[in-house]
Design a binder for this molecule. Structure first.
Ligand SMILES: Cc1cc2nc3c(=O)[nH]c(=O)nc-3n(C[C@H](O)[C@H](O)[C@H](O)COP(=O)(O)OP(=O)(O)OC[C@H]3O[C@@H](n4cnc5c(N)ncnc54)[C@H](O)[C@@H]3O)c2cc1C
Length: 415
């Protein structure tokens, strides 16, 4: 049986393991941490076919610059003298154009829809349990300018085949009979879904183990054996595991591994925070993005998870409570009857979104090594795109026709 090594046991590595195992490969996943520790564990759990417009878009640079100055702001770039950061920023700026948005929409739509279909399959027949719910997503806004911007995005979505409904304040309230919502309006995306990420990771891990996948936790990959144009082994601790193919799915740390393989990968960690409110009164029914606050609220069973902020801060995971305060302070602006106090720093989860500069993931073979597949750079959508990425990784390694065109996700597109 052919042996595939996967570096990274987040949602991307685990979904890749799932479909590779189904295709008959012997799979070993390496993670330097426990699998219950990564970015795929504490996120907002939103499955978002609505997100067809990449983060690199016109106006984003100016918006980001305006937010940089405030300590409670949801967006921050830690000043660093780093050529990687400068190159990433330059590429982000160059891709913030209408042409890039237009080109990206079909690719993001198709991979999101493929992923949602695969999640539906996994929820029904995959032997997994992860709180899957198809209740849509509300993008709540309070200002006229946000309404104008969001109505434009809704129009683009509808034109691209993703249903979006612009709702008035009372129409939003009708969707939330238990909690008062104070907004000017919202765009409702009925095709979005949500899940409980920690349940998903635990459930996937159990199924993979039962299927014979080897999961090596606490095993950092530090080197590779290479012969000609192929990677022949993976070094973790004192061991060298021979591989026929390798998947790098190491999230925000992927550039470090690619550097060991002599390739530069433009990618920055985008730090975000989340915290759980247990059995809130009132509880909401529909996951929501609180637009002006750049925060999210996701009901997870009887509980409610708030998340937000994007700090481009390398691979630093420390919690800045000022930014968490920014999220907490914004909640009552949208849900005035909800009382949420600032959580203790120990109750705050932080994770690094692996952000590519053009807002599209990297999924594809590396030009340099014929048996290396890269699967990272999913930014704010890694959970959404996990199953589709796993399926595409398997298509590439199995050399079968891909489930969709992976051209736009080519890891070599900036070289
Ligand atoms: C606050 C917040 C909210 C979010 N909300 C959503 C959401 O609602 N919907 C959505 O789709 N996405 C969301 N995301 C984004 C999503 O969480 C990420 O895109 C996704 O988790 C990335 O998965 P990954 O598998 O690529 O990386 P990770 O989950 O980071 O996994 C990479 C793994 O690689 C391991 N690793 C790294 N280097 C090595 C090495 N040398 N050797 C061995 N192992 C190594 C790490 O330990 C890590 O476990 C959110 C993110 C944040 C921060």
């Amino acid at each position: 049986m052919k042996q595939v090594g996967i570096i990274g046991g987040g949602i991307i590595g685990l979904c890749s393991a799932y479909y590779l195992r189904q295709a008959g490969y012997a799979v070993t996943v390496f993670d330097r941490n426990p699998l219950t520790d990564g970015c795929s564990f504490g996120n907002a759990g939103m499955i978002v076919p609505s997100h067809i417009i990449p983060l690199a878009q016109p106006g984003m640079v100016a918006k980001g610059m305006r937010m940089l100055m405030k300590s409670t702001s949801p967006f921050y770039i830690k000043p660093r003298l780093s050529t990687d950061l400068l190159r990433w920023g330059w590429l982000f700026y160059r891709h913030s154009t209408p042409e890039h948005v237009e080109r990206s929409i079909p690719a993001l739509r198709d991979i999101s829809l493929l992923s949602r279909r695969l999640y539906q399959e996994l929820a029904q027949t995959g032997g997994l349990s992860f709180g899957w719910k198809e209740d849509g997503l509300l993008i709540l806004y309070k200002t006229a300018s946000a309404e104008h911007e969001m109505a434009g995005e809704a129009e683009v979505a509808n034109r691209s085949g993703i249903e979006a409904r612009v709702l008035s304040g009372p129409q939003v309230q009708a969707l939330e009979p238990d909690a008062r919502v104070e907004v000017r309006g919202a765009v409702y995306y009925p095709g979005d879904a949500h899940l409980i990420p920690d349940q998903l990771i635990r459930s996937l891990t159990a199924v993979l183990k039962a299927q014979g996948v080897t999961l090596l936790e606490g095993r950092e990959v530090t080197g590779f054996g290479v012969q000609g144009g192929r990677i022949t082994s993976v070094r973790a601790g004192a061991d060298d595991l021979p591989v026929d193919a390798l998947v790098v799915a190491a999230g925000a740390w992927s550039p470090l591994l690619m550097r060991l393989l002599g390739t530069s990968l433009p990618l920055q960690g985008g730090k975000g925070y989340s915290f759980m409110v247990r059995e809130p009164k009132p509880q909401i029914r529909v996951p929501a993005i609180l637009l002006e606050a750049r925060a999210t609220a996701t009901p997870m069973g009887p509980d409610l998870r708030f998340a937000g902020t994007l700090e481009v801060a390398g691979t630093d995971l420390t919690v800045n409570l000022n930014r968490v305060r920014g999220i907490v302070n914004s909640i009552r602006n949208y849900y005035p009857d909800m009382t949420v106090s600032l959580p203790d720093v120990k109750q705050v989860w932080s994770g690094l979104r692996p952000c590519s500069p053009d807002g599209l993931p990297y999924i594809g073979t590396s030009g340099r090594y014929e048996n290396l597949v890269l699967a990272t750079g999913h930014g704010m959508m890694g959970v959404s795109l996990g199953p589709a990425t796993g399926r595409l990784v398997t298509d590439l390694i199995d050399e079968r026709p891909p489930s969709m065109d992976v051209g736009p996700f080519d890891p070599g597109r900036f070289s």
